[in-house]
Ligand binder design. Structure first.
Ligand SMILES: C[S@@+](CC[C@H](N)C(=O)[O-])C[C@H]1O[C@@H](n2cnc3c(N)ncnc32)[C@H](O)[C@@H]1O
Length: 225
């Protein structure tokens, strides 16, 4: 496990992923009933953009660095505001030094009745993640294989919610694992919302992934590339 998200935190791919995450959670919040978010590949939760890793790549400059203070039309701004608020909450003195990962963005948006389960397999990252949520009774952090959790952690008792699956794509076979993971999770929890992040690099690989998703027979899915 060599992948460290700290090198990439806040880059353009994070911005797109986290905006979609925010919109799904805001959608879930239209109903009062509690929901749960299962974040299978959670990372450490909070990233120092001036730290060694993010500083070495500077990827965030062309991501969150470009959009946080950019002007947007009113309808677009309305959709983005909850995301920007989650980022600004980690920078209470203004400016942009810290970037929240998916679990902290999710946590920022939860209501009292909602819950977050965050899984991270890398032992050091799992420890940092745990520290970032110490004392938080609405969040459970577990040092566990996120793929296994699709069997063990579903369905949640809330019966509503989202599974965010954001693997590092450092090993071959992640696309296949995503399809197999969706089939397993959907059998256990057909009413859940599932969001996958994947790199848009090889059109052939993505076409195969989309075909495989269609072959599962699971309806109401969409892929973006
Ligand atoms: C792309 S990063 C996650 C970023 C995070 N979701 C965010 O948006 O802020 C992928 C993470 O998955 C972790 N990881 C890799 N394999 C895993 C597995 N099988 N189960 C859980 N976590 C895993 C890595 O250590 C890494 O922290």
């Amino acid at each position: 496990m060599n992948y460290r998200h700290a090198f990439h935190a806040g880059n353009f791919a994070d911005v797109v992923k986290h905006l979609i995450l925010v919109r799904i959670i805001e959608y879930l919040k239209r109903k009062q009933a509690a929901f749960r978010v299962l974040d299978t590949h959670a990372g450490i939760g909070l990233y120092d953009l001036k730290g060694d890793e993010a500083g070495r790549t500077g990827e965030w400059v062309e991501g969150i660095g470009r959009v946080l203070d950019a002007g947007f039309s009113a309808p677009t701004a309305e959709l983005i505001v909850p995301y920007f608020e989650a980022v600004r909450a980690q920078n209470p003195d203004g400016g942009l030094r810290f970037y929240p990962g998916s679990p902290l963005i999710t946590r920022h948006l939860l209501r009292e009745q909602d819950r977050l389960f965050a899984l991270e397999l890398h032992p050091d990252d799992a420890e940092k993640l745990r520290e970032n949520f110490a004392g938080d009774i609405q969040t459970r952090v577990t040092h566990l294989d996120g793929w296994a959790a699709l069997g063990t952690h579903l369905p949640p008792k809330e019966k509503r919610g989202l599974v965010l699956i954001d693997p590092p794509f450092e090993q071959k076979g992640e696309f296949n694992r995503m399809v197999a993971g969706l089939v397993k999770a959907h059998q256990r929890w057909p009413g859940g919302i599932y969001a996958f992040w994947y790199p848009v690099k090889d059109p052939h690989e993505i076409a195969e992934f989309v075909d495989a998703l269609e072959r599962t027979g699971i309806r109401r899915s969409c892929a973006s590339n």
